[in-house]
Design a protein around this ligand. Structure first.
Ligand code: ZN
Length: 690
């Protein structure tokens, strides 16, 4: 089988949506991530199994009986099979020889088997086992150059042994699937798992299909998908069924404990209930297997739905609360692999609410990237004379909330309001300059607003506020219009670190009461001219959107570039359904960018990108192998160079072959690391070209 994989969409962490094609001729494919269902004689003898899994796209087979041409070409013509052999190496080669057409032309791909040692082994013995396997695998790969294969990867709990496999995988183009057979047998060694995944993701072709097998239960699936696995073998469910375990997704429960079956599947609504107490019933084991496989598949359907259209990270976070090991694994991944995973994670999204449910959300890679980028790229407006610190609101963007509308009314009474810098404090994102309230993830996150802050939330926000305030002149006064212990603790931490003077408004019961707002007004009145800084004029930038666009462009493209784009004055036009703002350069009356209010992202036109041409080394760019792009997608083979920091879904500029000219603008599908490591598939979607 001529199997291959295309990456279609990159999601948070290492997670990805892709397509597995069975053959380059027939173009039949199925979507990944997906679950691989075991096919056995017993299951095939059950009408319910056949009915339920009739349209399932991928099965795992170990028996030669399923390798019959009639079977494969008839009912299962558009289905793919992964064949794994459990006997000796010699017998495996014989089977390949006996069925030449099955493996080269039909829908079966075989995984080169690994003979499993039965006793626990030490590292030297593991190395010996692996070397023997590699030697044997090499001879198979060389003998059948036109067949696609999967290879089994076993690390025997020594993560560094992954290095032994890498040369073989790099050298043999007919390896299409990497099956990790024992990586998850010891989840408590999660650091080892991450070391292996990191090597795989950064060293090897990202068009390889990653398969997880071994002792996997459904509650691990969301994390496996987050780690970048495309297919998950569910065969272990058969062993668990034989041991009388019932899958509830959260846990596997011994079946004798169940009083009512919490599932409406064909097994549970049928005879299974009557057989629960029957210890040795073969029929019970079969029905239990059926339930366990169906429930695993349903769970995978749910996972892929959330991956496709919702904020997958909050779905994953919820599932980690079922298991301390999953929880700590995700924490380790966030803290120790951020520098790697940031290049894999989009920081833009359309209309999906991000729910933050607790400490596990604080260090999501997109949140960390947001905080670090604001700290790095935020440049104070030169004319700022006063800083006003405000609390966040449940409604987003903040300025559309009731409380912020009240604050606005007071602040805008002063004609010099553009001289005031508002900063909003929020958990777990940190300190947000008003100008950035419309971008991802500020526009989409949702947290329970209880007023209680944990020490870690206080530290995150205090650290970010300190870094921002250090960018300002020390003579600029700071007004704090806040209430509550959490906010006060943040300011207490920050006061020790910065040179500016802090002033607090008088707040009685709440921040929007008549007296509190009056106090805010008084404080502004007395402090607005207190700075001794020599200030530049701001006449051009009284418009709030102009101020926002300049800062958003700095955030997206690099410090100072907002002024290059919008500093000469702009006009704006909203589209009909008010989802986009068209940005037009005033003097030349030229359309230079669009701001997408749902995505919270600026998208440059070619004319806009041309304004930044002399800074191209700072920007995200792709170099096309030619002068003119056909169609609206840019594919990997057409790209000869690219900048190192592209994130998935970010705005990219496309240059011609000799980098002399901008020939198109678009949005990346995948980030720089993927571009480096893929050989095929779409890299960017073009929305304007020459
Ligand atoms: Zn069921």
């Amino acid at each position: 089988m001529d199997l291959f994989f295309d990456l279609k969409s990159k999601k948070i962490g290492y997670s990805r949506i892709g397509r597995m094609y069975l053959s380059s001729k027939e173009r039949t494919y199925f979507k990944t991530p997906n679950i691989v269902i075991p096919m056995t004689n017993t299951l095939m003898g059950n009408i319910n199994f056949l009915e339920y899994f009739e349209t399932h796209p991928i099965f795992f087979i170990t028996k030669q009986i399923f390798l019959k041409i009639g079977f494969l070409r008839d009912k299962f013509r558009n289905t793919s099979f992964i064949y794994s052999h459990s006997g000796t190496f010699t017998r495996f080669k014989e089977i390949l020889d006996e069925n030449p057409h099955i493996f080269s032309q039909n829908n079966v791909i075989s995984i080169i088997p690994f003979n499993i040692p039965t006793t626990t082994i030490d590292k030297d013995f593991a190395i010996q086992e692996i070397n023997e396997y590699l030697h044997y695998a090499k001879s198979v790969l060389d003998s059948y150059p036109n067949n696609s294969f999967g290879v089994n990867i076993k690390i025997f709990d020594y993560s560094e042994l992954i290095d032994l496999y890498i040369p073989l995988i790099k050298e043999n183009k007919n390896i299409k699937i990497l099956n990790f057979a024992d990586l998850f047998d010891n989840l408590s060694n999660f650091r080892a798992i991450l070391r292996v995944m990191d090597r795989i993701k950064h060293e090897l072709n990202n068009n390889l299909v990653l398969m997880a097998s071994g002792r996997l239960i459904p509650k691990y699936y969301p994390l496996l998908i987050y780690l970048g696995f495309d297919i998950i073998d569910s065969s272990y469910m058969m062993y668990l069924s034989a041991d009388n375990f019932y899958n509830t997704t959260e846990e596997l429960l011994p079946v004798y404990k169940l009083k009512e079956l919490p599932c409406p599947c064909v097994a549970c609504s049928g005879k299974l209930k009557d057989l629960l107490q029957d210890k040795y019933s073969q029929e019970k084991i079969l029905l239990l297997t059926l339930h366990n496989l169906i429930s695993a598949k349903i769970y995978m359907n749910k996972i892929t739905q959330f991956l496709d259209t919702e904020d997958y990270r909050s779905f994953l976070e919820k599932t980690t609360h079922d298991d301390p090991l999953l929880y700590s694994s995700l924490k380790i991944l966030d803290k120790e692999y951020f520098e790697k995973i940031r290049l894999e994670t989009p920081i833009s999204s359309s209309n999906t609410i991000i729910r933050c449910i607790g400490p596990i959300s604080y260090y999501r890679p997109d949140f960390q990237e947001f905080r670090e980028r604001v700290i790095r790229n935020y440049l104070p407006e030169q004319w700022t004379k006063l800083i006003i610190i405000l609390p966040c609101s449940a409604k987003k963007p903040y300025s559309e909330s009731k409380s912020h509308k009240q604050f606005y009314k007071v602040i805008r009474k002063f004609p010099e309001f553009p001289d005031f810098q508002e900063i909003i404090l929020t958990s777990p994102l940190g300190a947000i300059p008003r100008q950035l309230e419309n971008i991802y993830p500020v526009n989409l996150y949702d947290i329970p607003v209880t007023g209680d802050w944990s020490q870690e939330e206080i530290n995150i926000t205090a650290r970010m506020l300190t870094k921002l305030l250090k960018k300002y002149d020390k003579s600029i006064p700071i007004i704090c219009h806040i209430k509550g212990e959490g906010y006060s603790s943040i300011i207490e931490n920050v006061v020790k670190e910065v040179k500016q003077k802090f002033y607090f408004t008088d707040v009685d019961d709440n921040l929007t009461s008549k007296n509190a707002l009056k106090s805010l007004e008084e404080k502004i009145k007395t402090l607005k001219n207190n700075t001794d800084k020599d200030l530049s004029p701001h006449t051009l930038f009284t418009n709030t959107w102009v101020r926002k666009f300049i800062k958003i462009a700095d955030y997206q493209y690099g410090i100072g570039l907002g002024m290059k784009l919008f500093g000469n004055g702009i006009k704006m036009r909203r589209n009909r359904n008010k989802t986009k703002l068209k940005i037009i350069e005033q003097a030349k009356d030229e359309f230079i960018a669009t701001f997408d209010l749902n995505k919270g992202q600026i998208e440059l036109t070619i004319a806009g990108a041309d304004l930044l041409f002399s800074f191209i080394h700072k920007l995200n760019y792709l170099v096309f192998d030619g002068e003119k792009i056909k169609g609206s997608n840019l594919f990997r083979p057409g790209i000869i160079d690219f900048s190192p920091n592209i994130l998935p879904q970010s705005n990219v500029i496309i240059l011609n072959k000799n980098k002399q000219k901008i020939i198109a603008v678009g949005n990346a599908i995948v980030g720089s690391n993927n571009i480096k490591n893929i050989k095929r598939g779409i890299v960017a979607e073009i929305y304007e070209k020459l």
